[in-house]
Design a binder for this molecule. Sequence first.
Ligand code: NAI
Length: 399
Amino acid sequence: PGFLRETKTKFYRKVMTKRIFVVGAGTMGAGIAQLAAQNGFETWLYDLSVDQLSKAQAGINKSLTTLLEKGKIDATSYEAILGRIQFVNHLDAAQHADLVIEAIVENLTVKHEVFKALEGLVSPTCILASNTSSLSIASISSALKQPERFLGIHFFNPATLMPLVEIIPSVLTHEAVVAQAQEIILAMGKTVALCKDTPGFIVNRVARPFYGEALRIYEEGLADFVTIDYAMTSIGGFKMGPFELMDYIGNDVNYTVTETVFEAFYYDPRFKPSFTQKRLKEAGLYGRKTGRGFYDYSMDRGNPTPDEALHQVIFKRIIAMLINEAYDAVLMQVASPSDVDLAMMKGVNYPKGLLAWSEEIGPSEILAQLNSLYERYGEDRYRPNALLKDRVNAGKPLW
Ligand code: NAI
């Protein structure tokens, strides 16, 4: 086995990735293809639907034209970038690729079919990746004959702008494949966070309380949407409050992520979805895209309750829950402390890393906040994380 491993390392390392084949020309696939072409990769963008391909082409043209008009790129690079993308509705061109990134519908059976077809076409050294948000990397790789060349490369929307990419090896991924994927993503100008193959990866796991605890505070009647949003933006410095953000992401999408993470964690009460958001989803009140979600976009939002003590209560409760989740991701080896902090700043624009924030506020204050919630409600959802307790007992930073 040692010999085999060594041979494979060399095998995967000798490839200099220049050609990227993107599967699925929807929101994410189009963004990833544009990003790859902008960074000098020869790119193919594939979709089953010709209609979707022409929409993607129009979208990329428009986005590059804006960059040209703003002077961010010149006419020569505009032409060169466009010249590097081919829009195709057959898989054949995958035979030229050094890396395939799949961004099709979030359905395991469909992804399996696509990867089986791709494996029959690509070169033996081609790396295969999925942009999945909610399926496990191991579950997708089970369709492959060579699962060691497969991993998760998870971009954030919009892929051209959001700096973070989570790289997720499965239990079978070869380390040389991980190293090469990292190099490619860095060459696209992105920040990489390495992450274990666990539900929600880093960002979609650690961010859950931002939405969940805000909803809980609202459901208990402690404050309305606009007051909770105000507390998080004014005290916390978040760019958007939880309700504004859920409306922006879409309550259909955001609710589904919460539900998927909850199920994947064997119904751990920390991740329990909220009825309030479920009802909005059921009623088709998705948020900005439908004109109404938590807020009605045809009306003024009104003002937050002018009560500074209440704002502090809201902020302290949500931030304590977020920090608890960040400690849990470290405790469970999902990612390193620095990658957990980096991921939240670069993937969802948090003003600070949560572990650094804990040091700033004081870990004992965070622990006291969680203990008081736990005591009051007696719910497992509020249990303080063991690593946070270790940090408080140590009396100094753990890393
Ligand atoms: P989308 O619905 O915008 O696009 C999916 C595209 O895949 C469509 O153009 C569809 O025609 C195409 N497609 C479906 N089945 C196909 C097949 N068998 N072969 C070829 N093309 C096929 O979806 P979106 O939002 O771009 O998501 C794609 C993937 O990226 C999903 O796995 C999702 O979980 C993940 N993701 C989505 C993010 C988001 O914010 N939308 C963020 C990060 C990851």
